[in-house]
Ligand binder design. Structure first.
Ligand SMILES: CC(C)(COP(=O)(O)OP(=O)(O)OC[C@H]1O[C@@H](n2cnc3c(N)ncnc32)[C@H](O)[C@@H]1OP(=O)(O)O)[C@@H](O)C(=O)NCCC(=O)NCCS
Length: 230
């Protein structure tokens, strides 16, 4: 997370309760610093690599490379990276039009204000929504119809979720509010997640319950989230 430490409080490993409180209840969301916004243009290679590494439907070699170019999720992320940079330099309106055009062409709606590290893979893409104050770490995978959104009851500030490195969000899942999904956690298809999910855990259902806790941080799973017998 080296080049992100100054602007985006992502963490690998255990949840840091104080940090969560600060993110969720404390400081208002700040726009990305310009240097990070520029640097993230270099993340595009990582975004492309993510498709080749993580989609078993892609073969090898030149064919896989050309096929990957047809993936709507990649073009949506590319458009987002340009829009995010323009927003960081203070360009008015245009970033939102790029967002709208990308949504029209790909079915994926990423607000230019979101902060996304390298290696995001949006598989299938159609219907995926990523809100303004979302923060996404490295090598995250998101499927179609996923919403990373607000609860509709918070004005301004940080109101959308933070996904740490390596998170996987299944098709149709809704992750709502300024909550934190810990590193390498998995969110089941069609889950509605309203509370923090610890690193390494698996959450499913509506509202989401933890069905499998990461061994390292099992003691951090809130009792209210643990499904009976787990
Ligand atoms: C949540 C998920 C990651 C769990 O995978 P897993 O660790 O292999 O878990 P299992 O399949 O062993 O299931 C464990 C339990 O959770 C339940 N479960 C699994 N996925 C679920 C889901 N999405 N919603 C509700 N319950 C689910 C299973 O029925 C099982 O229940 P049981 O213990 O009472 O029998 C996976 O099921 C999932 O939803 N992945 C998303 C994949 C996706 O979106 N694919 C789209 C491709 S286009």
């Amino acid at each position: 997370m080296s080049d992100m430490t100054n602007c985006c409080p992502m963490r690998n490993g255990l949840l840091d309760e104080d940090r969560i409180r600060e993110d969720v209840h404390g400081e208002a969301h700040r726009p990305s610093p310009l240097p990070w916004a520029i640097a993230q243009l270099g993340y595009i290679g990582g975004d492309f690599r993510a498709m080749l590494d993580r989609d078993p439907a892609l073969g090898n070699g030149a064919t896989a490379f050309l096929e990957a170019l047809s993936y709507a999720g990649f073009w949506a992320i590319l458009a987002y990276r340009v829009a995010h940079l323009l927003r960081a330099v203070g360009f008015p309106i245009l970033p939102r039009f790029i967002q709208a055009l990308a949504r029209f062409l790909t079915g994926v709606d990423i607000h230019p204000g979101a902060r996304i590290e390298r290696g995001l893979f949006i598989d299938h893409g159609m219907g995926t929504v990523i809100g303004e104050t979302v923060e996404i770490g490295r090598d995250v995978t998101i499927f179609h119809q996923v919403t990373l959104g607000g609860r509709g009851n918070l004005a301004g500030g940080k109101r959308h979720p933070t996904l740490e490195d390596g998170v996987i969000v299944g098709a149709g899942a809704k992750v709502l509010g300024p909550i934190r999904i810990g590193a390498e956690a998995r969110i089941g298809a069609n889950a509605v997640v309203l509370e923090d999910v610890p690193a390494g855990a698996t959450a499913v259902g509506i509202p989401a319950r933890i069905i499998r806790a990461g061994l390292r941080d099992r003691y951090l799973v809130p009792r209210s989230l643990l499904a009976p017998g787990r």
